[in-house]
Design a protein around this ligand. Structure first.
Ligand SMILES: CC(C)(COP(=O)(O)OP(=O)(O)OC[C@H]1O[C@@H](n2cnc3c(N)ncnc32)[C@H](O)[C@@H]1OP(=O)(O)O)[C@@H](O)C(=O)NCCC(=O)NCCS
Length: 171
């Protein structure tokens, strides 16, 4: 187990059962995540190919409620050399329970340092949660009236880690 919140915990994806649960939640979330245009449902074979590709390397976590092994959602952090890109989704049956803010904070905590992200301006919930979590809009591109995409930067926990480093060196 990597970390826990009041009601949720994340653990690193390690077996095919988790990979399949991730795939099902991903396919149920395509419309909300489509910053890169229309996304097609992923087959079990696609999912395995994606997971086994060595580059870019990725880390993934399943999220569950404490004491309940039903998957609530997943987090993926992809290594982009010098920073990571996050992706997360919550299973439809667990949406609307106030869990999204926890997911955003969790992937910031799990990231090694800085993060790059994208948000569809039409995904108002995500835009607000991202703003609250400290994401900075670097650029906005308007593809058409329905698809306005913000390109984002977050320092992740790098500032906090640097503070700890200096403190330890000063002791
Ligand atoms: C976007 C997503 C993460 C939101 O999850 P959720 O469980 O519905 O959101 P929550 O219940 O945590 O609510 C988050 C906030 O949005 C508000 N909210 C929820 N539904 C809302 C609605 N229909 N209209 C307006 N506000 C809403 C909540 O009140 C809450 O705000 P508050 O805590 O300040 O009161 C979820 O729909 C999802 O997984 N979508 C697909 C994948 C995705 O978009 N991932 C993110 C981009 S990678």
């Amino acid at each position: 187990m990597t970390s826990s919140g009041p009601d949720l915990m994340s653990f690193e994806v390690s077996d095919p059962k988790d990979l399949e649960a991730m795939r099902v939640i991903f396919n149920a979330s395509l419309a909300d995540m489509a910053t890169k245009g229309e996304m097609k449902p992923v087959s079990p074979e696609d999912q395995m190919r994606w997971w086994m590709e060595p580059y870019p390397s990725k880390r993934a976590w399943m999220v569950e409620e404490l004491g309940n092994d039903d998957p609530v959602g997943f987090i993926v952090l992809t290594d982009r050399v010098g920073f990571e890109t996050p992706m997360f989704a919550i299973a439809p049956t667990y949406r609307g329970k106030g869990y999204a803010r926890w997911f955003v904070q969790e992937y910031i905590n799990l990231a090694k340092g800085a993060l790059a992200g994208e948000q569809l301006q039409s995904n108002e919930i995500i835009c607000r949660l991202n703003r609250e979590a400290g994401w900075e809009i670097i650029e906005t591109r308007r593809e058409n009236a329905d698809r306005v995409i913000d390109y984002l930067y977050h320092p992740g926990s790098s500032r906090q880690n640097v503070i700890i480093y200096h403190r330890l060196r000063g002791e």
